[in-house]
Each structure stands twice: as C-alpha cells, then as structure tokens.
Design a protein around this ligand. Structure first.
Ligand SMILES: [Zn+2]
Length: 196
C-alpha cells in the first residue's frame, strides 16, 4: 500500500474508467484506504448527478438577440480594404479594363496638373482680378477668425501671398474635407454591408 493519498487528477482517471499502466496502483490504494474510497464515492456521486441533469440549449433566436446589441469594432483600414475588394471586378477581363480605365484617368489628371503648373502664369493672369476681389471679400469676413486661430502673421502672409497662396490653401482645405468625407462614407458603407 502506498503512503500517499490520491490526487484529484488521479481520482478523475478512475472516474473516467481509464485503464492503463498507472491505474492498477491507484485501484490498489483505494482498496486499502477508506479515506480515498470515500472521496472517490463522493466524486462518482457528483458525476452521476451532473450526467442526469437536463441539457439546456439556448433558444434559436438567442444569438441574434445578443448580436443586435453587440457593437462589432472594425478598424477603418479593414473596412476600406473590404470595400475596395468589392469594387474590384470578379472576372479577369473586367479587372483588366478597370485597371486600364483607372490608369488613363490618373494619367489625364496628372497631365492636367502638369499643364496647369506650366501655364500657371497665364492662368493666374486671367483670374488675378477675380482673385483680388475674392481675397478682399474673404479677408473682410474671415480675417478676424484666421488671425485669432493662426495669428496675425498668417493673415499678412496670405494677404501678400497673392492668388497662388489663396488657391493653394483653399485647394488643400477642400481636398482634406473631401478625403475625410469620402473615407467616412466608405467605412460607413462597409460597416452597414457587413452588419446585414
Ligand atoms: Zn488514501
């Protein structure tokens, strides 16, 4: 007879009915040790009671009810990537045409930008008068706000910077706003589609 009582996992082995190299000494100990025999009997009673318990299953709509209240977080880059993948045509020829059309569009935009940069002087000459008036009106209404936000030096820079500075700042702001709105719409669309 061993001098050590059974460990919990050894009792588990006996309850599971495992047969093996290590089980015989455990059984021999249980034969001779009233304490371990009682412990094993208790554990067996618990196992039997658990096995007689009815098996519960959630109602069929339980998952849906829970998931309607769960906010699934999706990083914006995953949403954007999903949307881009959905926009990508499935068939190879359509995909090729899509890439070609995108490339042509990018080329046209790039060439336009280069042309505008090269012809900027002529471009500005025609719009200088309109620019002067717009600038005066702009600073009459916005000068105070810009001065408060960026300091009066910014106002002076813009005032003396000419049409190029005005156009640059305005274009930049418009692009930033458009990019923010576009990205937001993309992400919202992807989330809506994923949720349905
Ligand atoms: Zn024992």
């Amino acid at each position: 007879m061993e001098h050590r009582h059974l460990l919990p996992d050894e009792i588990d082995q006996l309850l599971d009915g495992e047969a093996g190299f290590g089980v015989a000494p455990l059984l021999a100990h249980v034969e001779n040790c009233p304490k371990c025999r009682a412990e094993l009997a208790d554990a067996r009673q618990v196992v039997n009671a658990l096995e007689r318990m009815p098996h519960f299953a959630p109602s069929p709509l339980f998952r849906d009810r829970v998931m309607t209240q769960v906010q699934v977080f999706e990083p914006w880059h995953v949403s954007a990537l999903d949307t881009a993948k959905r926009w990508l045509p499935a068939s190879r020829p359509a995909r090729f045409i899509g890439v070609a059309a995108t490339s042509v569009f990018a080329l046209v935009v790039s060439l336009s930008a280069v042309w505008m940069a090269v012809r900027l002087d002529a471009f500005l000459f025609f719009f200088d008068l309109a620019g002067q008036r717009a600038r005066t009106a702009l600073f009459d209404s916005l000068g105070g706000a810009i001065a408060t936000t960026f300091g009066s030096a910014a106002v002076d820079t813009l005032r003396t910077g000419g049409v190029a500075a005005i156009a640059g700042v305005t274009s930049f702001l418009v692009i930033v706003v458009l990019a923010a709105v576009g990205l937001r719409a993309l992400v919202a669309t992807a989330r809506r589609r994923r949720a349905t």
